[in-house]
Design a protein around this ligand. Structure first.
Ligand SMILES: Nc1ncnc2c1ncn2[C@@H]1O[C@H](COP(=O)(O)OP(=O)(O)O)[C@@H](O)[C@H]1O
Ligand SMILES: Nc1ccn([C@@H]2O[C@H](COP(=O)(O)O)[C@@H](O)[C@H]2O)c(=O)n1
Length: 302
């Protein structure tokens, strides 16, 4: 009799312990799933966009290089809501000018190449929102009126790769540290001036005298003082811009590798979460299980 009741007590205690273990595993699994839903699996973030800064002097070919990268990654014809790669211009972060500053700008007497011309905090906040996977809205820039077009807003949907290009994207330390990769388009200054003159006349509503006056008074000195010194922060310098097809191909290849590694790591963690849930294996040592190959259950998917 004593034996039977001792047995029953032990059995019920065992059941309680088992149930406690189940609850514990369910909780851990739920937490892991929640983390995955937030874009993270146990600290491994499969959703944070890969942020690439692209700098270089005016008309060096920054936009053209970004366009080539987008083309090579097959993004140009993809709908904006579905793009894996998006490109944003720093010019969307020029600060609003006062009426007297606009008057100066109309005469070519405002320095658009000085760091003070930009809204640094908005730039940083927007990039941080992008890195957090949020949808952001960015105005386009109207070079003819020297103002942001608040009626022409671009919606940036979460993407795998975000290119952020502009003359001073590496100037602001708080912005600079957000980049995963930094490119500097290094095109010689004669070529840049030869490209800027027709562009500003044909596309930005300027006349020759205004373009040259602005270039000599502001653009050239500011390039030397603020833009050129940031070349040292670049991971890759691209001589000749978009003409340098070898450099562009190497960069595209590197981006592809990074993206596929992130994808694979993220998939592995999902497999571990699912396996831990199904088998109630301790979730604190998943790496051992994945690589063990013992019973074959946790092997990396091919
Ligand atoms: N490799 C190139 N060969 C010829 N023209 C180019 C080349 N790269 C850019 N351009 C032209 O030079 C101008 C400035 O180029 P862009 O890419 O907009 O420079 P950025 O973005 O640095 O200001 C544009 O009119 C563009 O078409
Ligand atoms: N109202 C404005 C605003 C900017 N600029 C010039 O644009 C240059 C930056 O754009 P890039 O495509 O050339 O990199 C910068 O050098 C400014 O001088 C302008 O002229 N007017």
């Amino acid at each position: 009799m004593l034996k039977i009741s001792a047995f029953c007590f032990a059995k019920s205690r065992l059941n309680v312990l088992k149930e406690m273990r189940n609850i514990c595993h369910r909780k851990i699994f739920t937490k892991m799933c929640d983390a995955k839903l937030n874009g993270k699996v146990n600290g491994l973030d499969g959703k944070t966009p890969f942020l690439i800064g692209v700098s270089g002097g005016t008309a060096s070919g920054k936009s053209t290089v970004c366009k080539r990268i987008m083309e090579k990654l097959g993004q140009v014809d993809v709908d904006h809501t579905q793009r894996q790669v998006v490109c944003i211009s720093q010019d969307s972060f020029y600060r609003d000018l006062t009426p007297s500053e606009i008057q100066k700008a109309e005469k070519g007497l405002f320095n658009f190449d000085h760091p003070d011309a930009f809204n640094e905090s908005l730039m940083k906040e927007t990039l941080m929102d992008i890195l957090a996977g949020k949808i952001v809205q960015i105005p386009t820039y109207d070079y003819k009126n020297h103002s942001l077009r608040k009626d022409e807003i671009i919606t940036i949907y979460p993407a795998d790769v975000v290119l952020f290009e502009g003359i001073l994207v590496f100037y602001f330390p708080e912005v600079r540290k957000l980049f995963h990769m930094k490119l500097f388009v290094d095109t010689d200054s004669d070529t840049r001036l030869a490209r800027r003159v027709p562009r500003d006349i044909n596309e930005r509503g300027r006349d020759l005298e205004q373009v040259l006056c602005q270039y000599m008074n502001f653009v050239k000195p500011a390039f030397e003082e603020f833009c050129s010194p940031t070349k040292k922060f670049a991971d890759v310098i691209i001589p000749r811009g978009a003409d340098n097809t070898v450099a562009i191909e190497l960069i595209v290849q590197h981006i592809r590798e990074i993206l596929s590694n992130r994808q694979r790591a993220s998939e592995e963690r999902i497999v571990q979460v699912a396996a831990a849930a199904v088998n109630l294996t301790p979730v604190h040592s998943p790496a051992k299980k994945v690589n063990s190959g013992g019973d074959g259950q946790f092997k990396r998917p091919h």
